[in-house]
Design a protein around this ligand. Structure first.
Ligand SMILES: [Zn+2]
Length: 199
């Protein structure tokens, strides 16, 4: 009887361990080697996956976005124009999350950065707010002029970045944006995804 109970406990422990490892599938960022959660189901490590973590993905996209002979400021110009029509980059790096949970919508960030470098950032913030109102009036889910979402802070971050930080003669746009986002006091970039809730 004792032996049966012992066997039962061993099996129960194994099942529990199995259930825990079934919770997430991981991959390894091919740039920095950090573990990345791929799905909330499945098991263990997917060795065939060759993607990047959100931080490296954002850096890679923006560093690679420059057209021939374009400096970072000209790239921001072009990506800002494109961002006003839709998100021009890969889905998985649109929403960038910082360590304390702050969310940056890179579409808003780039659209405001483009305005911020030509004018001053107060104007960019006002324009961002007008876009908010227009979205809210037309019933779009993300527009919330009374606050409570990340669009306004993304606009502000983009406008201030372009106005104060962006260096046309500096390094790649991706390096500059990542350095700037991580200097805001919200911690490092902990991930990026195609939707606000991190899926
Ligand atoms: Zn990485």
């Amino acid at each position: 009887m004792k032996r049966a109970l012992c066997l039962f406990l061993v099996l129960a422990a194994a099942a529990l361990a199995g259930a825990i490892s079934l919770a997430e599938t991981h991959g390894i960022c091919r740039v920095c080697g950090k573990w990345v959660v791929l799905t909330k189901e499945g098991a263990g490590l997917n060795r065939d996956w060759s993607g990047t973590c959100g931080r490296c993905g954002l850096k890679e996209y923006l560093n690679g976005a420059a057209a021939e002979d374009e400096d970072p400021s000209e790239t921001v110009d072009r990506l800002g124009d494109e961002s006003r029509k839709g998100w021009p980059g890969p889905e998985e790096v649109r929403y960038v999350r910082l360590e304390d949970g702050t969310l940056i919508d890179m579409r808003h960030f780039l659209a405001a950065a483009d305005v911020g470098q030509d004018h001053n950032h107060a104007l960019a913030e006002v324009l961002g707010w007008l876009v908010e109102v227009a979205q809210w009036v037309s019933g779009e889910e993300s527009g919330s002029p009374l606050g409570g979402n990340e669009d306004l802070s993304s606009n502000q971050a983009g406008a201030v970045f372009a106005d104060d930080d962006l260096d046309a003669d500096g390094g790649g746009l991706g390096d500059q944006v990542v350095d700037y986002l991580e200097s805001l006091g919200h911690g490092g970039i902990s991930g990026a995804s195609g939707s606000k809730d991190g899926e």
